[in-house]
Design a protein around this ligand. Structure first.
Ligand SMILES: NC(=O)c1ccc[n+]([C@@H]2O[C@H](COP(=O)([O-])OP(=O)(O)OC[C@H]3O[C@@H](n4cnc5c(N)ncnc54)[C@H](OP(=O)(O)O)[C@@H]3O)[C@@H](O)[C@H]2O)c1
Length: 316
């Protein structure tokens, strides 16, 4: 089968198309014939930095390094211990995150417990998009921030992969949603359901909002300190990047803010909820770019630009 191998840490030119053996499934796994996969910023972080290879990819010594975690496709083999899925099922999910998902391949071995059935009214591309990013939005807002009706929720990078799902999920839970982004994403973020939009290039969000119940922050730098200014005392701040340490932890403690640095994890139960939201049209994937399998390096270059609207998918 065809796979994209990461030969060593470096630029997108280190991603090489190679013919390798199909994966052999374990008893708890299924083999998926990939129809679509999606690209996330973390793919680029792991590609460029050895520390991310160790922390996230965790490859077995000697094996090919294959990136990618988000897959949608058809089950073609089923392990002896698998009960919930059968050959021919159309499934999607985030495979082995953190760990080796090896989704940049024509066939992907995946634990059945991390997958769910793709709704018939959702395309493989829309399903592949709604995996790592949608799980991040769900686990941030629902598992940790415990969003509830009437909450004022500030979502940074609201036009991005995580952000556009987070806006939709927060609205579904009855929150008042404020999204941040640059001016050209105003209409897009409002169309996802946001009540307000803050253009970060013209306004300081912490000057406009100081009483958020929940903040979801996936922006680098001192952003998390500013998010702690925007949350009310006793509120909840979920960080997707920066850890709550030192000055940041002290500021959160002084305001009695609940904090959590999310590390998204594969979870079949959460995938089932996402599948139901997609099936019911409550959650929608916005796909801004589609690439062929051989063009995965180009998809890496695009996501590294940091201007992605919605999701970038690869179609096989
Ligand atoms: N810890 C975890 O488990 C986890 C999981 C998923 C993602 N993440 C991290 O969370 C971040 C977001 O992920 P993603 O998949 O949504 O990324 P993404 O799709 O690449 O996000 C792109 C978006 O970020 C917006 N943006 C850039 N700078 C901004 C700023 N200063 N203020 C507001 N918006 C800004 C851009 O909007 P404009 O074009 O309008 O600037 C663009 O729409 C990434 O850093 C990712 O690595 C962490």
């Amino acid at each position: 089968m065809k796979a994209i191998i990461l030969t060593e840490n470096g630029g997108a030119d280190k991603l090489i198309l190679k013919e390798i053996d199909k994966p052999v499934i374990k008893p708890n796994e299924v083999l998926i014939k990939t129809k679509a996969l999606s690209i996330n910023p973390v793919d680029g972080f792991v590609r460029t930095k050895e520390a991310y290879v160790k922390r996230i990819l965790q490859p077995t010594p000697g094996e090919d390094m294959i990136l990618g975690w988000d897959v949608s496709g058809t089950v073609v083999e089923t392990g002896s211990e698998v009960t919930g899925l059968k050959n021919g099922d159309e499934v999607f999910g985030m495979v082995n995150f953190p760990g080796s998902g090896k989704a940049y391949a024509e066939y992907v071995a995946a634990p059945a417990g991390q997958l769910t059935i793709k709704p018939a009214n959702v395309s493989h591309s829309e399903a592949a998009a709604a995996t790592l990013a949608a799980l991040t939005a769900w686990q941030s807002l629902v598992t940790y921030a415990k969003v509830k009706p009437g909450d004022k929720v500030l979502i940074h990078a609201a036009a991005g992969g995580v952000g556009h799902y987070a806006v939709q999920i927060a609205k579904h839970f009855g929150a008042y949603v404020i999204g941040t982004g640059s001016a050209n994403n105003r209409d897009f973020v409002i169309a996802q359901g946001a009540d307000e939009f803050i253009d970060y290039s013209k306004e300081k969000f912490e000057e406009k909002v100081q009483d958020a119940d929940v903040v979801i922050d996936g922006v680098f730098g001192d952003h998390i300190l500013r998010s702690l200014d925007a949350v009310k005392g006793g509120g909840r701040v979920i960080s997707l990047l920066t850890f709550f340490e030192g000055e940041i932890a002290a500021k959160a403690t002084a305001k009695e803010v609940f904090t959590h640095r999310l590390g998204v994890v594969s979870n079949g139960t959460d995938m089932e909820v996402i599948a139901k939201l997609l099936a019911d049209g409550i959650l929608r994937s916005y796909i801004s770019a589609r690439y062929s399998f051989a063009d995965i390096p180009k998809a890496h270059e695009e996501i590294a630009g940091g201007k992605t609207r919605g999701k970038i998918v690869v179609e096989l």
